[in-house]
Design a protein around this ligand. Structure first.
Ligand code: AMP
Ligand code: MG
Length: 474
């Protein structure tokens, strides 16, 4: 497949990566292939079987230079000096309509950075990553995606024994905050500079060679991060492991582990069963995004003076607040900006919190409150009085109601990826039945459609799923 080119990262000095091959499976099979993404990448003519052979390594492309990257990172606030692709490989780049896209394999076997790990990923976790990438993309939240899941009969041991699988992942970049941290803490400012220069050259849609190129580079990373996290909050997404090694410099959601879409609105929601302190609780994500940016700033201190860093970091909160306010105004169907909006939005969130309302469904059903119908969620006395202020506020808007309803239904999804749905698809897939996975993908890739036939996918979790525990082990 000549469309995949060696990654430009291979032009960086040798200390940045390890060139190596990977370990395919003995009996590989396609669990799922992403037809839409294949099309977007201009490779729809390549047959499924051929893709499988390429990504499993059975069909060699001589020109490729696969590599595992070295990086470090702050994990739960502590600096860990050497992480790196312990089970991942960057295969190369492919040019899509407007960008160069990375092709990466997750679960491709051991690398020099595997430490005590086996270099593999389990079917359960790659399905979760595949599903979330698609769900996020459909919600217009920047994210890595996946082209294919390769299944196997290889057994790996986690908390129990499971089968190994590989994810063919695509992303605009695989450069993390942690790549910079690795060279900074190893006292290699020349490599920090080389990496910043590389990013500025490689991603012209984001960075430019200005007079203050490094300041501007950092400014863009901070902005991308603030915008991304504002979107997570607006859709109730919790990442679960916001370590600096899981933060993309282009602001794409990345490295899915024990993530969760919040169901009942609960700001202290922690989706990661291993996060005992709640560091990455839903409500902490905006602050952690800033914390991570300041960790990146520290790693860039040989390039950017402290005063400039402080000034740039201060933009984070403003960008976050503005993006967030705009998203929530749209979720309420408000076109104009008014000073009373913040209180109106907060009023709704307070009701959702005290009455434990479903975050997604409450927003989706707001159209009914606007239409002077009863909404299933907002029926308490206090909710009724909120609806009155909501309608009064809407009276000041000029758009006709039908247009407001359309706009609201384009931003408030009917369907999100609830953990129990992923779990049901995984349970079936572990018995080689992929039909539930396919149906779920149909639903989450059209989150704003009514899809009457799939009405049950808009339901809250059943009782058995309330205690589903998702940990880091994947
Ligand atoms: P993650 O939690 O997936 O972001 O991974 C954190 C670090 O552990 C990264 O450096 C991974 O490459 C590494 N890692 C996770 N699982 C494995 C595994 N099964 N084998 C080798 N390395 C792993
Ligand atoms: Mg990671």
């Amino acid at each position: 497949m000549t469309q995949i080119k060696p990654h430009a990262y291979t032009e960086l000095p040798q200390e940045f990566y390890n060139l190596q091959n990977w370990q395919g499976f003995e009996n590989p099979s396609v669990v799922i292939e992403n037809a839409q993404l294949k099309k977007d990448l201009g490779i729809k003519n390549i047959q499924k079987q051929e893709l499988l052979e390429i990504f499993n390594g059975s069909l060699t492309i001589e020109t490729l230079k696969p590599l595992s990257m070295v990086y470090a990172g702050h994990q739960f606030g502590q600096y860990v000096e050497q992480l790196g692709d312990g089970r991942g490989l960057l295969l190369g780049q492919i040019s899509s309509q407007k960008d160069l896209i990375d092709i990466h394999l997750k679960g491709a076997g051991k690398t020099p950075y595997s430490r005590f790990g086996d270099g593999r990923a389990v079917l359960r976790s790659v399905i979760r990553e595949y599903l979330c990438g698609e769900a996020m993309h459909a919600l217009s939240i920047p994210s890595s995606r996946a082209l294919m899941i390769i299944g196997s009969d290889e057994i790996v041991i986690r908390e129990k024994s499971e089968t190994a699988a590989m994810l063919v992942r695509t992303a605009k970049t695989h450069i993390r905050f942690g790549n910079f941290e690795y060279f900074h803490y190893n006292n290699k400012p020349e490599h920090v500079k080389a990496l910043a220069d590389f990013c500025i050259n490689q991603y012209p849609a984001y960075f430019s060679k200005t007079k203050n190129a490094y300041e501007d580079f950092f400014r863009v990373v901070v902005k991308q991060t603030a915008c991304l996290i504002a979107k997570w909050q607006a859709y109730g997404f919790s990442h679960g492991v916001m370590n600096t090694d899981n933060m993309s410099i282009l602001g794409e959601t990345f490295d899915y582990g024990p993530y969760g879409f919040m169901e009942d609105y609960l700001p202290p929601y922690v989706c990661n069963h291993s996060d005992h302190q709640g560091r990455y609780a839903f409500k902490n994500q905006p602050y952690i995004g800033l914390w991570n940016c300041s960790a990146l700033g520290h790693a860039l201190s040989s390039l950017i003076p402290e005063e400039s860093q402080d000034e740039i970091l201060q933009t984070y909160e403003v960008i976050f607040q503005n993006t967030s306010a705009e998203l929530f105004r749209k979720k309420l169907g408000l076109g104009q900006e008014k000073s009373e909006d913040a209180a109106l939005i907060q009023g709704l969130l307070d009701i959702m919190e005290s009455e434990k309302l479903d975050y997604t469904n409450t927003f989706r059903n707001l159209t009914q409150a606007l239409n002077a119908q009863k909404t299933p969620e907002l029926d308490s006395e206090i909710a009724q009085s909120w609806i009155v202020s909501f309608q009064e506020r809407h009276a000041k808007e000029s758009l006709p109601i039908s247009e407001k309803l359309t706009l609201m239904n384009q931003i408030n999804p009917k369907f999100i990826l609830r953990n129990y749905m992923a779990q049901e698809a995984i349970d079936a897939a572990e018995s080689s039945d992929y039909s539930k996975l396919e149906t779920l993908i149909t639903v989450i890739t059209s989150p704003f459609e009514e899809l009457e036939k799939y009405q049950n996918f808009a339901n809250k979790s059943p009782a058995w799923a309330k205690d589903l525990e998702i940990s880091c082990s994947s």
